[in-house]
Design a protein around this ligand. Sequence first.
Ligand code: F6R
Length: 240
Amino acid sequence: MFKIIKTANYDELSDQAFNIIKNIVTTKPDSVLGLATGSSPVGLYQRMVTDHQQNGTSYRAVKTVNLDEYLGLPQEHPESYYSFMQRNLFSKLDIPTDNIHLPEDGADQTEQCRRYDAILDGLNVDLQLLGIGSNGHIGFNEPGTSFGIKTHVVDLNESTLRDNARFFNSIDEVPKQAITMGIASIMQAKQILIIASGENKADAVAAMINGPQTVDVPASALQSHPNVTVIVDAAAAAKL
Ligand code: F6R
């Protein structure tokens, strides 16, 4: 079930998303937050940091689980999702390192997937934040992925490599594989908040909400979730 909030622009989208997160963290200081990387949450994370610095909102008891990580990039690479999260959020909050969880690259990738599933099984995610790929992916669950899957290794789609090339010197530098939380685990969250900005998301947003539920549009799995809030700016809402 979708609750749709349309905003005029990205700043308003970020304000609205921040209000939801702040409400959760203040009413339940030991919340478990599922977090995303990419461009979409940057404004939200800036607001969380400013609020922490100015109003003292504490993340000391919050736990986090991130959606995904590239394979083949060292953690310290500036475009690893570990580095992204440290830079944009974690290093600026009072959240203890032990409370932060991301999927990890490793020699035994099957073992890494099971390690992450065990972490997810031990936590009840209060809110899972998502962006949406222009191809309808959530996390790095690309079109064609079974809705029943848990943490797994993916070959990134050509369209995802193109979309993410903007973070690298060239498309050839974008890692070709990632490890991602599966759709089944995403669906376990009590509440989902999905944010989308810009005209290149308009088709995916419309397909997620109004299209048939199909593995071709991974975000359409969310049609079966009881509590999904979608915040879209005008450009991303253009085809609703
Ligand atoms: C990021 C993630 C991806 C992104 C999606 C949108 O952790 O799992 O699904 O949310 O690719 O990316 P942006 O926000 O950069 O457009």
